[in-house]
Ligand binder design. Structure first.
Ligand code: SF4
Length: 249
């Protein structure tokens, strides 16, 4: 059954393989705008994986196959192509998986906007790990990266949207930690735009109880907020800074 495009490997900081997941991209749309978004797959969780969205039934078949061939707890990663928490298919899948499979290790990747609204549902549906993307510590920087957000059927632009997003990301993170989820913070590094705020994000996340952090280099794109060539040395420097506050993966 192993379709290479649907398996993703989490690398540790030294680039060594640490964990392998079955990546299930169920969500097609997104509820925020990231200026670096490549439009063919969210970069927040699975860098470079642009598998098209799956139907719930197909996802269930893939999990069934994986359960048959895996000893122990199969790892599932719900990420992209858009925002998992904004897609009814995510919850349809989780409901079906809860009824069908006893042992799954489920990680969900989110931009955090809907996390305060949905974390209890995720807990009830056996999600154990959350990767929450937080790309800024101030609304000024968040606004540059996220020009709008869509929340409860209203679109918020500029500072209002940035404040709403940051508020929900942090309150969602606090709720997730207190509820017992394993929490990883993802930070998409845009040196020159948000690199100077990475340490503050790491420090706050560490203080609030997050478990680890991943600094992600964005793919090149034509977006004005993206970097044509993000220098790995810049990203490495940002990781070193964040490592002072939170273990880096
Ligand atoms: S959260 Fe992911 S899918 Fe949504 S705009 Fe950002 S990068 Fe794109």
């Amino acid at each position: 059954m192993r379709s290479a495009s649907l398996f993703t490997v989490a690398l540790n900081r030294k680039g060594h393989k640490s964990e392998e997941y079955l990546h299930l991209p169920l969500a097609a749309g997104c509820n925020i705008r990231c200026s670096f978004c490549p439009a063919d797959g969210c970069v927040n969780g699975v860098h470079g994986n642009t598998a098209p969205p799956l139907e719930t039934a197909t996802a269930m078949e893939l999990v069934e196959d994986l359960v048959q061939e895996t000893k122990g707890k199969p790892r599932i990663l719900l990420a992209g192509s858009g925002e998992p928490l904004a897609s009814p298919k995510t919850f349809e899948f989780l409901e079906a998986a809860r009824k069908e499979f006893r042992k799954l290790d489920i990680t969900l990747v989110t931009n955090g906007l809907l996390l305060p609204d949905r974390f209890k549902d995720l807990l009830a549906l056996n999600v154990s790990t959350l990767w929450i993307t937080i790309n800024a510590s101030t609304p000024e920087t968040a606004e540059l990266i996220h020009p709008w957000v869509l929340y409860r059927r209203s679109v918020y632009h500029g500072t209002r949207g940035a404040l709403l997003l940051l508020n929900n990301q942090w309150s969602g993170l606090i709720a997730a930690v207190e509820t017992g989820f394993v929490v990883r913070v993802n930070f998409v590094a845009l040196p020159g735009i948000n690199g100077h705020e990475a340490g503050a994000v790491a420090q706050t996340a560490g203080r609030l109880g997050a478990d680890c952090m991943k600094v992600i280099a964005p793919p090149p794109s034509k977006s004005p907020c993206s970097i044509e060539a993000v220098r790995l040395t810049d990203v490495g420097t940002i990781r070193d800074e964040c490592d002072r506050f939170l273990p880096q993966v």
